[in-house]
Design a protein around this ligand. Sequence first.
Ligand code: NAI
Length: 806
Amino acid sequence: MTTVSEIFQTMAYGPAPESDKQAREWLAKHGGEGGLGGEFGLFVGGSWVKPASGEWFDVINPATTQRIARVPQAGKADVDAAVAAARAAFPGWSGLPGHARARYLYALAREVQRHARLLAVLESMDNGKSIRETRDLDIPLVARHFYHHAGWAQLQESEFAGATPVGVVGQIIPWNFPLLMVAWKVAPALAAGNTVVLKPAEFTPLTALAFAEIVAEAGLPPGVLNVITGDGRTGALLVDQADVDKIAFTGSTEVGRVIRKATAGSGKKLSLELGGKSPFIVFDDADLDSVVEGVVDAIWFNQGQVCCAGSRLLVHEGVAERLVAKLRARMEKLRVGPPLDKAIDMGAIVAPVQLERIRGLVSKGVEEGATMWQPSWACPTEGYFYPPTLFTDVSPAATIAQVEIFGPVLVAMSFRTPKEAVELANNTPYGLAASVWTENINLALDVAPKIKAGVVWINCTNVFDAASGFGGYRESGFGREGGREGMWEYLKLQWDEGRGTGDGSKRSVAKGASRRTRPSSPVPLPPIDRTYKMFIGGKQARPDAPYPRAIVAPDGRRLAEVGEGNRKDVRNAVEAARAAEGWAHTTGHTRGQILYYIAENLATRTDEFAARIDAMTGCGPERARAEVDAAVSRLFTYASWADKYDGQVHPTTIRGVTLAMNEPIGVVGIAAPEDLPLLGFVSLVAPAVAVGNTVVAIPSEIHPLAATELYSVLETSDVPAGVMNIVTGSKDELSKVLADHLDVDAMWYFGNQAAAAEVERASAGNMKRTWAEWHARDWLDPHQGEGREFLREATQVKNIWIPYGE
Ligand code: NAI
């Protein structure tokens, strides 16, 4: 018999399995034979329905390779039925007072807690992740999301006054956090008053189905939440469904790109949470033992199948060797095994295809010359397991340093200076998350804002909370989940009537698209026939093409000529805007001062600008003057905001602070509306630069002279070279060039639907954020023409997590 002292010698673990009895019973209840192989329906309109497609597919437990259920492959008729159920439920659900929706969400949180054990076990069986994680992390966070969003529903009328739900939302989620992704998607959508059609990933549909049943038990009105299963084909049908008002997607950048193109020009709102290759930066003064545990949580948590996994270890060369030795020792002690065993660290990889992907990329790493290390013990042979893996001697350009592996594979590189660390960290097309490890708070807070990522964790990693937005920069997508910023993804402003109906035809075509034919007023015209150049890098620059474009008055008189911008002019303007990035680091006060100065200089020339506008548009002297006055006032508005659009400190569940910082996006391309050529232009350019972006703006195509007249105002207002660049010419052609340009970070387009679609499609190249509108906005109305909506579009939120205490 083994003695206690012998056990102390080896400290070997005995098996400690969590019972799967309840989960098996639940599966059996759904029609399976012998307790396994349950056959589900789709959850539509509050009840289980058989799929019209008549097709099912198997759901496999990756730790045992056994089939545990069969779920429908929803086809077109099924998707249509689910969307119709959501549409039918929308008026009732969105019409409820916030308090009523808050009570439902609260009830959902309670139900999740009540069924926590069933959900945790089912999640482990379906996905292969350890029960320790599902029980202690996934499911508690699911409940937390519903509680938190019950609060937003309650506060909606006061905190989101003037905003309404978007409508019917299609949500497509991945397999790595199946139920947590349900919560991240469903909670804000329902809180805001939308109705939902949710499609879980084909590998892991079971907890979403269990959740649907729980929802029904909680008395949620039928049709408010519908769950349809299927693979990417079902996802694509949902994306294309005409009556869906918004798509929220989490998954690969590749599919995100397909969805961006598919929704382009449809008017559907879109949020994308995509892949990552997140840096985990260790400075030489970091507490290395904490770092080791941090790395375990960063890359071996959930077998590394985490979009924000700290998959690139960047370590100061002075401590690299010591850290690698410690890591290897720790890896030797990690336990890979049956997910339901409470004492294992890592479970199974979700599916053979993912296992093959990991193996393929690891082989590639070895082929490319990096050093691969794995612990001496072997993984279970039954089931899809993969050991924790560490690569050293990796070049920053190596495939494994660039491509998202989505497995338990850590890639280590070293750096010498903080500057080099930041460069290495940003050497990726992604920008989801980062961890910074140092005992020096000055260094941490200096480095955090320099990293292009939506979340930065200081001395911690992979911490999430409903109160803090999560989401990416660059090719990691756009939009945030969680917090106040996440709620905006599911709301639209009330005046924007066209949206949310699913009926694109209800949107009126931009007023500016139609030329005004009103005869010119008798106000004396300024005696000018000038040729305007471009405004690039702070100077009036000769256009590349020698043929100018004539600008004529409504009565046919020729007013002036402007440059016919082309690809080369845009390229120069983007280069100038990029070179002026230092603008982002000036203080809000400085930016505000400059905007006030522009306003002041414009105001002194009110008569001249008003005459110009009237001559161009024939709008009449009064309206022209009103437009100039409004433009001056708008500049004041954003001068005011420049030092006031502050971030937040989120009350998350850590002991510490989570700072939500509003950061500029970078270089923003802006195509201004045709209507109100001065005010429309100023209404877009001013908020963009107020928060630190630099812009390449294309003024109204028909009436560009208000913007070209601004050149001299800008020249006398201390605007640093390159902050505002103006290229005149064919708006739609130039917009397409900007949207295609890989060094433009966001593109705003205000014009016609076809060109808006083109812009959205083209933006998929580097997944730049777009804001493309073709319906009329009254720029003179401050509700429509200015305010937080513009500032939100001009910024991205970075959450910096700073735990404290010894
Ligand atoms: P995926 O992006 O193909 O799947 C995610 C979801 O999108 C699933 O529900 C899927 O059915 C759906 N989908 C697939 N094609 C679609 C389409 N054309 N239209 C609409 N929906 C579609 O991810 P997959 O294939 O499961 O994993 C591949 C790789 O993606 C992984 O190795 C990993 O690198 C990355 N990934 C990243 C995730 C993240 O959270 N950022 C999550 C899952 C995967």
